[in-house]
Design a protein around this ligand. Structure first.
Ligand code: NAI
Length: 329
């Protein structure tokens, strides 16, 4: 067998972790031939719960799982890791202002960025799922000057998958018939799922659906507010679907996107599509050999332009807020 790939997961004792770890250990990211070593980071009070999760991992007797290490010290957990899935974050508690939330998460993601910078493997890739994901990614990246900026992504794949499922249901087609969907902007209620470049069985999705009222007043808010709808129904935030999206983002980033399609990833902007350079914003990307390319040259109509600009403006505001807090240079 080949050498194990070392994968760090933070917030490993949380809800998403409870789905994610078992998917990873069964080979969902790197396939059935690549052993994995898990490095699980938690805060000290959660280490006991994490031990229980590790017992369950043991009880699955996964062929591919070569080792599991746990701890509360990022320097040790991130040592030599090839992939870091940063899931753990500080949730907004009652009465917490937005600035307090950014500050609490800023402390977490600047410390983890520094630890990755100093201890991770040279080929490390870092995917941030913990919210506010795009801005947490920005903070981590600014605190890791020795790691190339493009190694920091944030998760919008769940939004991508949600939009895809809504389109398939509306058009009465299989999910596999829907391709070339894009989520633009921030992983927040301002995100913009773009159907004007999406295809349904190779045809323009907006034209096939031909229902502007649905697109603007049903589809968009349904995708944008899906997270809240799940909390309302389930009494807890989406976890299995978030874990699935984290797996799919990492798999496609490392192993490549299917030919003839693209996926949505929040990546540091190179100025494409008028998104200010450096903001970690969602784009359509293809990947090959562990490197992504922002899909160039898509037509952006007036409606899309306004929606993208609004979400990007929110990202710029978040960046300015964390800059004011001294979390990024
Ligand atoms: P959870 O609260 O069940 O678990 C989070 C875990 O992170 C907890 O066990 C906590 O102890 C741990 N944690 C907190 N600070 C940490 C630190 N400094 N280092 C290591 N671990 C730490 O939350 P859940 O449901 O697993 O969600 C995790 C995050 O993912 C949340 O921020 C949530 O908003 C976000 N999320 C993002 C989605 C996306 O599409 N980008 C979708 C769904 C959730």
């Amino acid at each position: 067998a080949s050498t194990p790939v070392k994968i760090a997961v933070t917030g490993a004792a949380g809800q998403i972790g409870y789905s994610l770890l078992f998917r990873i250990a069964s080979g969902a990211i790197f396939g059935p031939d690549r052993p994995v070593e898990l490095r699980l980071l938690e805060i000290t009070p959660a280490l006991k719960a994490l031990e229980g999760v590790v017992m369950e991992l043991e009880d699955c007797a996964f062929d591919l799982l070569s080792d599991v290490q746990t701890g509360d010290d990022p320097a040790k957990i991130f040592d030599g890791v090839n992939l870091a899935l940063l899931v753990g974050a500080r949730p907004r508690s009652k009465g917490m202002e937005r600035g307090d939330l950014l500050e609490a998460n800023g402390a977490i993601f600047s410390a983890q960025g520094k630890a990755l910078n100093d201890h991770a493997a040279d080929d490390v890739r870092v995917l941030i799922t913990g919210n506010p994901a795009n801005t947490n990614a920005l903070i981590a990246r600014h605190n890791a000057p020795d790691i190339p900026a493009e190694r920091f992504n944030a998760l919008t794949r769940l939004d991508h998958n949600r939009a895809k499922a809504q389109v398939a249901a509306k058009a009465g087609v299989a999910v596999s018939d829907v391709s070339h969907l894009t989520i633009w902007g921030n992983h927040s209620a301002t995100q913009y799922p773009d159907l004007y470049n999406t295809l349904i069985a190779g045809q323009n999705a907006a034209k096939v659906i031909n229902d502007q009222e649905w697109l603007e007043n049903d589809f968009l808010p349904t995708v944008q507010k899906r997270g809240a709808a799940i909390i309302e129904a389930r009494g807890a935030s989406s976890a299995a679907s978030a874990a699935n999206a984290t797996v799919e983002h990492a798999r496609d980033w490392l192993l490549g996107t299917p030919s003839g399609d693209w996926v949505s990833q929040a990546v540091p902007s190179d100025g494409s599509y008028g998104v200010p350079e450096g903001l970690i914003s969602s784009f359509p990307v293809t990947t090959s050999g562990g490197e992504y390319t922002i899909v160039p040259g898509l037509e952006i109509n007036e409606f899309s332009r306004a929606k993208i600009d609004a979400s990007v403006a929110e990202l710029a505001e978040e960046r300015d807020a964390v800059k004011a807090l001294g979390l990024i240079g």
